[in-house]
Design a protein around this ligand. Sequence first.
Ligand code: S3P
Length: 425
Amino acid sequence: MKKIISKANKISGKPLIPGDKSISHRGLILGALASGTSEVIDILEGEDVQSTAACLQKLGVEITKSGNKTFIKGIGDKKSFNNDLVLDCGNSGTTMRVMMGVLAGMPVNATLTGDASLVKRPMKRVSAPLLEMGANFKLTNENFAPLVVTGSKLHAINYDLKIASAQIKTAIIMAAINAQGTTTITGEIGSRDHTERLLPHFGVDIDVSENKISIKGNQSLKANIVKVPGDPSTAAFWIGAASILPGSTLELENISLNPTRIGFIYALQRMGADIKTEITSSHPEPVGKITVKYSGLNGCFISKEEVPSLIDEIPLIAVLATQAHGVTEVRGAEELRVKESDRLQAVATNLEAMGCEIEIFPDGFRINGPQKLNGAEIQTFNDHRIAMAFTIAGLVAENQTTIFDAECVAVSYPNFYETLTELTK
Ligand code: S3P
C-alpha cells in the first residue's frame, strides 16, 4: 500500500492513543503463566501483540476477548505448555526474545521463527545468558532464528548485562522465575522497566535497586488485571508533528509517563518544545496527560545514557532535527542498526532522498538545521517506525511524499493514517 502525504498547516485535536506495545506483550505473557484468569484492558490491537497472543494460544493458553477486555486463562501450577510446536513471532522482537526466556525452563520443545526482518536480528544476546542458566538453544548460524528451544532445569546466575535492552533483561528475568536459586542482573539495567513493575502485581518477588535486579527462583504468578495506558512511543509522532507545525495544539490523555519511556519528551523540552505532562495515577505505571503547543525547536545533543529511554523515537528525532535551529547529534545508538530495519541507514537514505544533508556515524547522526525537505519516495524497509517518522516528514515537506509499504504501521499503530486525517482536518 502506497500513501501520499501532502504538506499540512498544523495538527490539532485530542487523539485516542492505542495501548502500549511493551505493556500489552507483558500483560499477555504474565497472564499466560499465572494461576487464574487475568484481564488485560485496552490491549494494543497491533500485529506485534497479536503475534504474542497467537504464540501463547498455540502453546495451549486460552485467550478470549470481550469489548476492550482480553482474558487470559493462565497455566498456573501446571507449569507446562503444548509441545513440539513452531511458533511464528512475525515481526516482533519482543515476542521472540521474551518467549525464549519463558520457554527456557519449561518442559517444551519449540521452534521460534519470524518474518524476513526478524530472522535477520541477533538472538545470541538472549540465548547466551540463558545457556549459562542451563538452557538448550540451537540457533541458525549461531545467532539467528529459526531457533529451537528445548526446555530444561535452570539454575540462577549473576549476569552483567552489556546491552541496555529490555528484551534481553526480560528474557533473563522470566527464566530466573523458573530457576533454582536467586538470579542477579547488573550492568545496563536502565532500559524500560515494565517487567519489573508488573511482576510484583502478579505476586512475584523481585528486588530492583539502581544497580541490581534480584529475582528468587521457583516462583509462581497469580492472575491480576492490567490496564494498558496509551503508548508514549506512538504518541511521540503527534507530539513531534505538533512541535514543528506552527499553530498546532494537542491534548493526549492516559499515556504512560514511565520515566524509562519518555526520554523523547525530555529531549524535545530541551530543544525548546512546549510540552507539559501531568501524572494522574502512578500504580503500577505512572500514567497521565500530555499537552503540546507549537513552539520552534533548537538542536540538541542526545547521549548514549539517554538512548534507552527514547530508542524507538530516534528516527522521528532525526526528522524533527531537520526543522530545528542548529546542530542535533545523537550518539551511542548503534542498537538502531539491529531493529526492524537498520534504522540509521533508513533515516540517512530517506532524508537524503528528501534533499537533506545528514552526517551518519556507526552509532548515530548529526543534522544541521533547519533544512528544507522536498517530497520524495520513501522506502520504509517494512519498518513501522520509519513509515510513521517519514509521514511526519511529509507534513513539512514541499510537494508530495510517497510512503511505500505503508501497511507496516499496523505492527504498532493500525489506525495511524486515520488519526492523521482527523488531526490535519
Ligand atoms: C521493547 C524493548 C526495546 C524496544 C522495543 C520494545 C520491549 O527493544 O526497541 O520496541 O518491549 O521490551 P530493546 O530491548 O532491544 O532495547
